[in-house]
Ligand binder design. Sequence first.
Ligand SMILES: *Cc1c(COP(=O)(O)O)cnc(C)c1O
Length: 389
Amino acid sequence: MNTKEKDLKYIMHTYGRYDVALAKGKGAVVYDEDGKRYIDVASGIGVNSLGFCDDGWVKAVTEQASTIQHMSNYFYCEQASTLAERLCTLTGLSKVCFGNSGAEANECAIKIARKYSFDKYGEGRNEIITLKNSFHGRTVTTLAATGQDVFHNYFFPFTEGFKYVEAGDMDALKNAVTDKTCAVMFEVIQGEGGVNILDKAYVQELVSYCQSRDILVIIDEVQTGVGRTGNLFAHQNYEVLPDLMTVAKGIGGGLPIGLCMCGEKLKDVMSPSTHGTTFGANPVVCAGANYVLDRVTTDGFLDEVEQKGAYLEEKLLSLDSVKSVRRMGLMVGIEIEGNAHDIAVKCVENGLIIITAKNLLRMLPPLVITNEEIDEAVQILNKTLKENT
Ligand SMILES: *Cc1c(COP(=O)(O)O)cnc(C)c1O
């Protein structure tokens, strides 16, 4: 059996896959098992922030793998403590709790928010308000946190205590707040929900409203974090500081990691045995993340992310079938005529790896993509749009 046949026979069918088996890559270029070449503007789903197999990243990870590959969380780990220190210094937040995925990071944030409220106010103040069109993960609780009805199916009963309000509507939020509200959780740019960029004034008002009521602000930066939007974290573009922030996808550069950070007020909420993970804070994964941070914080790197994003946007807007572009840094949603999923499938056939969000094409290119590669990507997209609309 070939790769596809084995997959279809032995792997549960939770994803509709493109009809391609990827085999190896470098930077923004990847090859399938037949040696066909593709330009990649998806980075997995915003995971390979330095592209495929960046030399420095490979070295950091392989050196760590041949030094010590795992220890339990009952021991101090140099790579994890260094990563935590750097993240706190770079964000102004105070502490990190490690895990392995975005959903897990969000579970951690939800637990911290509820425990803070329980410790301070007693039982019952446990409601969390999230936004319609959000996406927070696939566990039973993070599905409940996700403000889209399509995700609230089959797996009943879902975790209680979530309420959803329209993004951008401050009155709706105020109306939803009760004396049971302990936190508000949102993405500043809704990625899966269609690259919806929240308004700056709204986010600032929301944060100050919540702070004045001791309602915790949880910002889900799983997709927007680590340079994606041209700042290290997207909330920095909004000049706010969350009480809790979750990070995953791009920070590992391709290895599984999720983490939850909290501010000063919450730094002692969690105590031994209130949370844990066997694999979290893995030294190999943290070595990769430390290397990603090295690169992303190099002088000029984030400016280049914004410049490349602006360059890409300009090219996209020059195409006839592109109706509009939503973008911050290299997080890009493209409104087109026609069915985005069908177009994405055709793009892949034509050698461009691209993803969708709702009925938009979505690009989350590796942050190291070059202008020449952007040109090539846009050219393939243009050709595909011409053939199919
Ligand atoms: C992808 C994503 C998640 C879930 O992350 P996993 O690693 O798949 O669990 C949560 N929140 C946002 C905003 C995401 O984009």
